[in-house]
Design a protein around this ligand. Structure first.
Ligand SMILES: Cc1cc2nc3c(=O)[nH]c(=O)nc-3n(C[C@H](O)[C@H](O)[C@H](O)COP(=O)(O)OP(=O)(O)OC[C@H]3O[C@@H](n4cnc5c(N)ncnc54)[C@H](O)[C@@H]3O)c2cc1C
Length: 107
């Protein structure tokens, strides 16, 4: 593939969507599951401190019934997973990147 994205958090998924929109082939390598940081590095009772109306990924704004509410962790994970599914992000889960190789572009 042309491009490798490391991590299926919101940055990696947003980048994936932009590449897809431009027809650039790529893969997203994720050591855990989509939204892994939210699944494994947050406490259960945490809610986003940003209101729902502020949650928007490329072409995928919050559209639920409570724009002034604050997502719980399960809702946040579901939102990111829904975006990954909606944008058909080519995520390869349980794949940890351990090194990257440099290369010299031909001139
Ligand atoms: C307690 C807390 C509360 C927060 N609350 C809010 C909030 O209310 N609103 C808000 O907008 N932001 C909030 N944030 C910030 C938000 O979590 C981050 O800005 C956001 O997660 C960054 O997205 P990211 O995609 O860059 O990184 P991450 O979401 O961390 O994604 C990185 C991904 O890369 C994967 N990865 C890392 N290394 C490798 C590797 N070597 N190989 C393969 N995969 C790898 C990880 O598993 C992970 O899935 C909060 C953060 C914390 C800690």
């Amino acid at each position: 593939v042309t491009t490798v994205i490391i991590g299926a958090g919101q940055s990696g998924l947003a980048m994936s969507k932009h590449l897809s929109d431009r027809g650039i082939d790529h893969v997203v390598l994720e050591r855990g599951e989509v939204a892994n940081s939210w699944r494994t590095e947050r406490w259960d009772s945490l809610r986003l401190l940003t209101p729902n109306w502020q949650s928007r990924l490329p072409g995928f704004a919050y559209s639920g019934p409570d724009p002034d509410g604050y997502m719980t962790m399960p809702e946040t994970i579901a939102y990111l997973k829904a975006f990954a599914d909606h944008s058909r992000a080519p995520v390869q889960t349980h794949t940890t990147v351990t090194a990257s190789a440099g290369w010299v572009a031909a001139t």
